[in-house]
Design a protein around this ligand. Structure first.
Ligand code: G3I
Length: 366
């Protein structure tokens, strides 16, 4: 009993603290919703401190992993919805704009999806059937509750051509429009997005613009483009981001910043290709205990510059989502080098706001 009272008191204290801070969602409510990618500990209440932080700060949520094909549909006849159900319930209880991530991707998709019983590639028709079945089941289950879907994720190479993924090789380049059609057919009211990284680089941006143009010309119901924005301290420039937002805006689609974080560690790559894995080296992990003041300042300046750029496009940019909640659980600690200590988000390892948080709040439109 005493133990229970202690935890209840702790929880109230943390809650009061989280609620006394200004919030990102209130600060930017006239401009865009502000979200975070959530792991199970943050939407099941297992991590009390982070769950309360999420509730206090964000009005949109994206599942970091639980809706990906490998987790939700690991075997042909098995759908495992329990974690995704909890994610959606959490989002509803907190009146969040709930995102589904993602439906069609080359990564975190089991091999069986592309193969027959003998391990050979399936035919175009079979793969289209599997895609259709998956989208109908997953989008259908959360129809009217998940409001926006990353329908196709990371379909482009850096030079703007279509990635030779199994989807592309087996179905052909119309796999993208087919995925959008299946999603729209299942939930006509859901917003549907194309989501990718490095779209600020000219060649890749051109490829994505061309893709969106073609989809729109064919009458495909694409609502928006997600710029992931896994950025570093100096790339991409504010001008590159500004230009990218404007160019997609000219095509009549909304723009969302879908996976924001700022890498402060020595650069290994500008890609966000999850298959990369670089050997560890202490020179690549220079701040294992704390972030030096000068770098903290650079991070603050960078976040100020990013939010100034996003807020310039209020209404066209409808959402800014961070890829994680605190530095402790960011994927950036393990990618592309495992076991580093990175500082990419607005909340530190104790869920406390960093100077960059204050800068972002101060910048918000009054
Ligand atoms: O589910 C297994 C679990 O059973 C096992 O015990 C554990 C042991 O390592 O691994 C678990 O899988 C991990 C999975 O996350 C779920 O936690 C994978 O190893 C790990 O590679 C995977 O990483 C995710 C990555 O996507 C891989 O696709 C990251 O958490 C997630 O942040 C990252 O997110 C992607 C976006 O979806 C798309 N854009 C890029 C972004 C960053 O890579």
């Amino acid at each position: 009993m005493r133990r229970f009272l202690y935890f209840a008191a702790m929880s109230l204290a943390i809650n009061a603290h989280a609620q006394n801070q200004p919030s990102l969602k209130d600060a930017y409510k006239s401009c865009f919703v502000v979200g975070a990618a959530l792991a199970p500990a943050q939407f099941t209440g297992q991590d009390v401190k982070e769950t309360q932080l999420v509730e206090a700060q964000f009005n949109s949520a994206t599942p970091e992993n639980v809706l990906k094909w490998a987790l939700i549909h690991p075997r042909p006849d098995t759908y495992e919805f329990s974690m995704a159900d909890k994610y959606v319930e959490f989002g509803e209880q907190n009146h969040m704009f709930i995102i589904g991530h993602n439906l069609v991707w080359h990564s975190q998709t089991p091999r069986w999806v592309f193969e027959d019983d003998t391990g050979n590639p399936v035919s175009r028709d079979i793969l289209l059937d599997r895609m259709h079945d998956h989208i109908m089941k997953v989008v259908g289950r959360y129809k009217g509750r998940i409001k926006g879907w990353d329908v196709v994720n990371e379909a482009l190479n850096e030079d703007g051509t279509l990635r030779q993924s199994p989807w592309m090789k087996i179905i052909g380049d119309d796999y993208i429009e087919q995925a959008f059609r299946f999603a729209h057919e299942t939930d006509p009211d859901a917003q549907l997005y194309y989501n990718d990284y490095s779209l600020e680089n000219e060649a890749k941006r051109k490829g994505a613009l061309e893709l969106v143009r073609k989809l729109k010309a064919k009458g495909v119901a694409i609502t928006g483009v997600g710029l992931q924005d896994h950025v570093s301290l100096d790339w991409p420039t504010a001008d590159q981001i500004d230009k990218t937002i404007k160019e997609f805006g000219k095509l009549g689609v909304k723009v969302m910043i879908t996976e924001l974080d700022v890498d402060v560690l020595p650069s290994v790559t500008r890609s966000a290709d999850v298959s990369l894995n670089v050997a560890s080296d202490s020179r690549l992990n220079p701040y294992p205990n704390d972030l030096p003041e000068a770098v903290q300042q650079q991070l603050t300046n960078r976040y100020r510059e990013l939010f100034r750029t996003y807020a310039k496009h209020c209404g066209l940019v409808t959402r800014v989502t961070f890829w994680g909640v605190t530095d402790k659980d960011s994927w950036k600690n393990d990618w592309p080098v495992k076991g580093r200590t990175n500082y990419p988000l607005l909340f530190d390892r104790n869920a406390q706001p960093k100077p960059a948080f204050d800068a972002v709040i101060q910048l918000a439109p009054k």
